[in-house]
Ligand binder design. Sequence first.
Ligand code: GSN
Length: 224
Amino acid sequence: MAGKVVLHYFDGRGRMESVRWLLTAAGVEFEEEHLLKREQYLKLLSDGDLMFQQVPMVEMDGMKLVQTKAILSYIAEKYNLHGKDIKERVMINMYSEGLFDQMEMIMYLPFTPADNLPAKLDAIQTKAKERYLPVFEKALSGASHLVGGKLSCADVYLLECSLMLEEKHPEILSGFPNIKSFQGRMKQLPAFSKFLQPGSKRKPQPDGTYLKTVMEVLDFKLPL
Ligand code: GSN
């Protein structure tokens, strides 16, 4: 069917989860082809579907899109979630990159040896409280959204990131009332409220099965 959006990735969050959030914000329906076996990945490679031999890959508008940030930019541009001019866009991109840096730290946790885990979790908390969250707390002072008074992709990533942080450190937003209130408002938007219900396409926190599948499909060995 023309116009179908298909996500090719593992049955887990990883680099694809922000794509799921952004498509949800844009009100775009999507399907998923989960990579469960190495043969599926090898077939994508032999069909020439992965420009750099990597996933995420998103089939959209007759293209096979790769590189997470390029995919996200395309969706944000197409659905008017990327600011009204280049000055708004650069602010949105700066906020977004900070949020990706923070989320990447959490994304790598499942690949961390158990004895390093407490130190990594501490580092995530410190970085969040001292580097990232203060920026968003200030940006949301007296403002409904991060940029231009309307929803942008940066708001979507902030919602995603703040929820990920709370999963690891439940009290982390206690010193950041503007972010907490923003998060509460965003969670009530119909698209997100549905996405946050059980049974939606939002993926749970990664578990051992997810880790095992990624390692098998990509033929990776730990430590990476
Ligand atoms: O952001 C991006 O999409 C790329 N710059 C990186 C994508 C990437 O590293 N994909 C991994 C799996 S998802 N986790 O990180 C991948 O496909 N690795 C296979 C390989 O041979 O690099």
